[in-house]
Design a protein around this ligand. Structure first.
Ligand SMILES: Nc1ncnc2c1ncn2[C@@H]1O[C@H](COP(=O)(O)OP(=O)(O)O)[C@@H](O)[C@H]1O
Ligand SMILES: [Mg+2]
Length: 254
């Protein structure tokens, strides 16, 4: 579990995140939603420890990120997997090399051990027969699978995904969402996903944090979001036609 307490973050005197308190639970896909520029990426980077914060606290289980020394931080870093926007694969490395990269950097495993672990995750994300391919030789959806495999190869306790569906068609997006959710359950990871994809909210929004101008505008589950009378999250969500239709069906059935 990750607990965020009264987090404030500014850049050059401009408040970007103000007084954010929330929790992300273990074994769940926790979503951060909000308009472009609302602070989703900055919040994720604060949690990752890539940006320092002005005030507040971030706890991983009961460990305060603010109080960690560099050794504790490096242990925490090894417990984190990340899938960044646009996959961020190394173009000149094969699928297999991309996936082995974190083990090369952070462990003393032998080449055989690394290869065997890489193949386990390659199987898990259904990428068999692509080991020797370059990112440019596989589809966007497959590139995301490689990014996910690389993010989980070290068995992370925490998984962070920034807009994992950007650039994917709706069907592939759903497959990727489902894969992230399955892996989250299987390995009981605390997963945090930034998205503005309403399909993801419906599919995997077990917990949804809505950011509005860097503040917490609303939080709840994807079931509650249909029923909320909070105007801001309503306006944001019902800007999607599909969501309007789903809501209508849902309200008729309940
Ligand atoms: N490194 C930075 N320095 C200064 N301002 C930043 C930086 N990163 C993001 N911002 C600002 O913070 C706000 C939130 O950005 P971001 O978290 O990227 O939004 P989102 O991911 O929700 O689209 C934006 O106004 C953006 O310009
Ligand atoms: Mg962003």
């Amino acid at each position: 579990m990750i607990v965020v307490e009264k987090l404030c973050k500014s850049f050059d005197g401009n408040n970007i995140l103000t007084d954010i308190s929330t929790q992300f639970e273990k074994g769940k896909t926790n979503l951060i939603i909000g308009q472009s520029g609302s602070g989703k990426t900055v919040l994720l980077k604060c949690i990752l420890g890539l940006y320092g914060i002005d005030s507040g606290n971030i706890f991983f289980e009961n460990r305060s990120l603010q109080k960690m020394d560099s050794k504790e931080r490096s242990i925490l870093r090894q417990e984190m997997g990340m899938v960044f926007q646009g996959s961020a694969l190394f173009d000149s490395m094969t699928v297999e090399e991309n996936i082995m990269f974190p083990m090369r950097m952070l462990t003393q495993k032998s080449p055989d051990e690394m290869l065997s672990r890489a193949n386990e995750v390659i199987n898990r994300v259904n990428l068999v027969n692509s080991n020797r391919k370059l990112p440019s030789e596989i589809s966007g959806g497959m590139q995301k699978r490689v990014a996910i495999a690389r993010a989980v190869v070290m068995n992370p306790k925490y998984l962070f995904c920034d807009e994992p569906n950007s650039g994917l068609d709706p069907k592939t997006s759903t497959l990727i969402d489902n894969l992230i959710q399955e892996i989250t359950k299987e390995y009981q990871i605390t997963t945090v996903i930034n998205t503005h994809d309403m399909n993801s909210v419906i599919e995997i929004g077990e917990k949804v944090l809505f950011l509005e101008d860097g503040r917490k505008g609303w939080e709840g589950s994807n079931r509650e979001v249909f029923k909320t009378e909070n105007e801001s999250v309503g306006n944001f969500i019902y800007s999607s036609d599909l969501f309007k239709k789903v809501r209508k069906v849902y309200l008729e059935e309940n």
